[in-house]
Design a binder for this molecule. Structure first.
Ligand SMILES: [Zn+2]
Length: 453
């Protein structure tokens, strides 16, 4: 786990000029931007800070009421849920395929009155879906992100650079409302793009460093490629106060490279707009969930609750989505519940790990399926692997693509191979290759496991 301790610089009080700027921006955002967008995200981020000051019993009571409220709303207004008891266990687990197949049944009968933003998901996995999300539900998620940044010393309106988003999310297709928000936030999206070859990555790193932003926000693999290009050139560059990686698991070697290249604090974010999750990883390695946003369950394939530390499907009930309520919604990620009392001391519920999309499993010839997390351990023990990817061309073969860095040797090669052979019980032929390029998805995400057939 990469260090996420807040360096002294991040905790230094903001200068007087910075304080005045942020105060003025706060007023302008609340009086102009939020009403125009119809989403009180900054206001909510401040209210949420107060919410977290409540005791655990009060927060739990608030959440019980929030669950009850959304269930009763759905029973009254959503055809698919009419007649159900207002009890979470009575609601079926659904996924996006259920909602796509019968959208009318899952929409609220008053949906035309509820303002939304249209969000997109799954394009990178070849499984795209555009869905309506209440503006207020979006605001809740974004507020949770803003609060996490504030905790790490980055204030709303501090200069921000976006890195690695696909061109479909680039500025060209951004509507006037989002432009307004990005302008207010001093966000620079000019360095987005998915090419991660060393020359492009080095140029991107130089430009980003020269941009003197307080925060970089982007794909883990893109920022890791920038770091690796800088280090391979025998250099380091001044980075921002905070780097938040998203969209993909942050591999340990990536986090180390990023810290070494840019000297910034690195935090991994796990977010999911369909459903509604926003979580940030702490120094103890757990993802702290935004408890004011949703209730997160982890269940097995039969829908039974998995105990803490057991892997299962992440299922979300969003407290704020009413246009198209997300109730016991299976987002497609696997994970496990973490401790209720995290050793880091922060309150709230946690996930101990998020182990990848449920589509990306290794399947053994006897039908056993292994989640990507099965393979993390040896890669966290070796020093010489920058990136890796497992490809399963058929049931009997596994190809492990390795992108080596200094330290890679025969011992590490054998350690990884032995581990994978043990996990796959000798049922598949395991081969490590260091010469094949790693494949990205169409959306530019790094995939840890790719299974064909
Ligand atoms: Zn923690």
């Amino acid at each position: 786990m990469t260090g996420t301790a807040v360096p002294a610089a991040a905790l230094a009080p903001p200068s007087v000029g910075r304080q005045v700027y942020h105060r003025a921006l706060g007023v302008a955002t609340r009086t102009v931007v939020e009403p125009v967008l119809g989403a009180a995200y900054l206001t909510r981020s401040e209210e949420i800070e107060q919410w977290w000051q409540l005791g655990q019993a009060d927060r739990d009571a608030w959440r019980s009421e929030a669950v009850d409220r959304i269930l009763r709303y759905a029973i009254k207004h959503v055809p698919a849920y009419r007649g159900l008891a207002p009890d979470l266990g009575a609601f079926p687990i659904v996924d996006k395929h259920d909602m796509i197949a019968d959208t009318a049944s899952y929409l609220s009968d008053e949906h035309s009155k509820l303002p939304v933003v249209v969000k997109h998901t799954g394009g990178s996995t070849g499984d795209p879906w555009s869905y309506p999300l209440d503006r207020q539900a979006w605001a809740e998620s974004y507020a949770a992100h803003l609060r996490a940044c504030t905790r790490m010393g980055v204030l709303y309106g501090d200069r921000r650079i976006l890195l690695g988003f696909p061109s479909s999310l680039g500025l060209k297709k951004i509507g006037p409302m989002k432009r307004l928000r990005l302008a207010a936030e001093r966000t620079d999206a000019s360095l987005s793009g998915l090419r991660v070859d060393p020359a492009t990555s080095l140029r991107r790193a130089e430009k980003a460093s020269a941009g003197r932003a307080e925060i970089w926000y982007g794909y883990a693999s893109t920022i890791a490629a920038m770091a690796s290009a800088v280090l391979n050139a025998g250099r380091t560059l001044p980075g921002p106060r905070l780097i938040v990686t998203m969209a993909e698991p942050l591999m340990r070697a990536w986090g180390e490279d990023i810290e070494a290249a840019f000297g910034s604090t690195v935090v991994e974010e796990y977010g999911c707009n369909d459903g509604g999750i926003m979580a940030h990883r702490c120094q103890a390695g757990n993802f702290h969930l935004a408890d004011h946003q949703s209730l997160v369950e982890v269940v097995d394939d039969q829908g039974r609750t998995c105990p803490e530390g057991c892997n299962g499907n992440i299922v979300i009930t969003n407290f704020h989505a009413r246009h198209l309520p997300f109730i016991r919604y299976r987002a497609g990620d696997l994970g496990m519940l973490g401790p209720r009392h995290c050793p880091c001391g922060r309150p709230g519920r946690t996930l101990a790990g998020v182990t990848g999309r449920s589509g990306d499993m290794v399947r053994l010839p006897d039908g056993t399926e292994l989640v990507p997390a099965t393979f993390y351990i040896p890669f966290n023990q070796v020093r010489g692997v920058r990136r890796w990817q497992i490809v399963q061309p058929d049931a009997h073969h596994l190809l492990v693509r390795i992108e080596p860095r200094s330290g890679w040797n025969r011992h590490e090669h054998d350690l990884i191979r032995r581990w994978i052979e043990e996990q796959t019980m000798g049922l598949v032929d395991v081969q490590l290759v260091e010469t094949e390029p790693l494949e990205l998805t169409n959306g530019g995400k790094h995939r840890i496991v790719i299974r064909h057939g």
